[in-house]
Structure formats: structure tokens, C-alpha cells
Design a protein around this ligand. Structure first.
Ligand code: AMP
Length: 208
């Protein structure tokens, strides 16, 4: 089984959902820079204070803030790791290559119209980071997290006005990483449309 896996793909492509499944079913540790940053914002840490403006506008947090954080978290993990939302720039990918061997980059491919639909209907748990979709994957009790009972919320950057900017930022900064990992012979592109189970079956096949 591949040990260090990067999840690529635009916002809303299912990186969090599939990363979580890889964690719970195959024992990987999932590290999500987005979750870490949101927690830092909620706790008002120096990192959170610096990162908030970039996140609210759908832009990227500067490399110097995120690379150090990620290096520290990776060094704490023993065993296989799933990186969700990192790297997002070539500079981050180069920094990552100095820390660990990336065995596989999974690119979840989803049409733009579907991404917009998924992101604007997404609701998230502020406590355990579980995600739901109002139509295709609603919680059992409206507005309440199935896993931990917390009240769900809509991320500011999942509102329609910011979503378009996030997709543009993805195309400009992160899309080149598909070619980056392809050149290294590490890329698996998976069609990220269909049910969560159908997509996970393909993801599992790629990691084994
Ligand atoms: P995500 O939860 O992965 O969609 O990330 C939410 C936001 O956090 C992004 O829109 C960025 O502002 C910021 N962010 C997350 N990961 C990174 C990263 N690797 N580099 C820069 N900014 C990031």
C-alpha cells in the first residue's frame, strides 16, 4: 500500500470526504491544512490572525506561513499520511519533496458546475470537521452533526461570491501540480463524480 499520499483536485472535489475514508478504513493519518487553519482562526492564534483575510477572500495563505506548519505536523506522524489541501503551489510541492517521498498524488476530477453546486450546498461541523451536502448527503437531524452533535455551519468561503475566486485561484496555482506529479510518474486521476462509495472504490484501488 502507498504510504504518503497527496490529494489534489479543486475545492469541492471530495478531498476531505475521501481523505477521511482513507483514514477510517485504511488507517492513514489525514492532515488537512484547511482544517488546521480554520482551527487557528477560531482560536485566534497568531497564525489564525494572519491567515483569516486570505481565507475569507478565497485566496491562498502565503507559503511561508503554511510550509513550516505542515513540516511540523508531518514530522509528528508515524505511518501513512494523507495530505488534503497541501501542496497547493509548486513551491509547497518542492518543500514537501524535501521532507517525505510522495508515493502517490490522487487527482479528483470534477466539472466546475458540479463543484459550485457542491460547495454552496456544503455544511460543515466546526468541531469534528465532518462535511455534509444539503441534498445528496444531509445530516439525520437538520443542522446537527451526525458524528458529534455540534451545530453545522456554512463556511464563509463556501458562499457563492467566494467560490468563483477559489476556483480561479485553484486553476492558477494548484492545477500545475497535476503535471508536476505526472512527470514524476506519481499521478492517478480519478473521476470524482458519482456516489461517495463509488469514488472511494476507485481511490482504494489506486492506493493499493
Ligand atoms: P480548504 O479547506 O482546503 O478548502 O482550505 C480553505 C482555505 O485555507 C483555502 O481557501 C486557503 O485560503 C487556505 N489554505 C488551505 N491549505 C492551503 C495551502 N496549502 N496553501 C495556502 N493556503 C491554504
Amino acid at each position: 500500500m502507498k504510504s504518503n499520499i497527496v490529494l489534489l483536485g479543486p475545492p469541492g472535489s471530495g478531498k476531505g470526504t475521501q481523505g477521511e475514508r482513507l483514514g477510517s478504513e485504511l488507517g492513514y493519518t489525514r492532515l488537512s491544512t484547511g482544517d488546521m487553519l480554520r482551527e487557528a482562526v477560531r482560536n485566534g492564534t497568531p497564525l489564525g490572525i494572519k491567515a483569516k483575510g486570505y481565507m475569507d477572500s478565497g485566496g491562498l495563505v502565503p507559503n511561508d506561513l503554511i510550509i513550516g506548519l505542515m513540516k511540523e505536523k508531518i514530522s509528528e506522524v508515524s505511518g501513512g499520511v494523507i495530505l488534503d489541501g497541501f501542496p497547493r503551489t509548486v513551491e509547497q510541492a518542492d518543500a514537501l519533496a524535501k521532507e517525505v517521498d510522495v508515493d502517490l498524488a490522487i487527482n479528483l476530477d470534477v466539472e466546475d458546475a458540479e463543484l459550485v453546486q457542491r460547495l454552496t450546498n456544503r455544511r460543515s461541523c466546526p468541531k469534528c470537521n465532518a462535511v455534509y451536502h444539503l441534498i445528496s448527503n444531509p445530516p439525520a437531524d437538520e443542522g446537527v452533526c451526525d458524528k458529534c452533535g455540534s451545530r453545522l455551519y456554512q463556511r464563509d468561503d463556501d458562499k457563492a461570491a467566494t467560490v468563483q475566486n477559489r476556483l480561479r485561484v485553484y486553476r492558477e496555482n494548484t492545477f500545475p501540480l497535476i503535471a508536476y506529479y505526472e512527470k514524476k510518474g506519481k499521478l492517478a486521476t480519478i473521476m470524482g463524480e458519482g456516489t461517495i462509495d463509488e469514488i472511494f472504490a476507485k481511490v482504494k484501488e489506486a492506493v493499493q
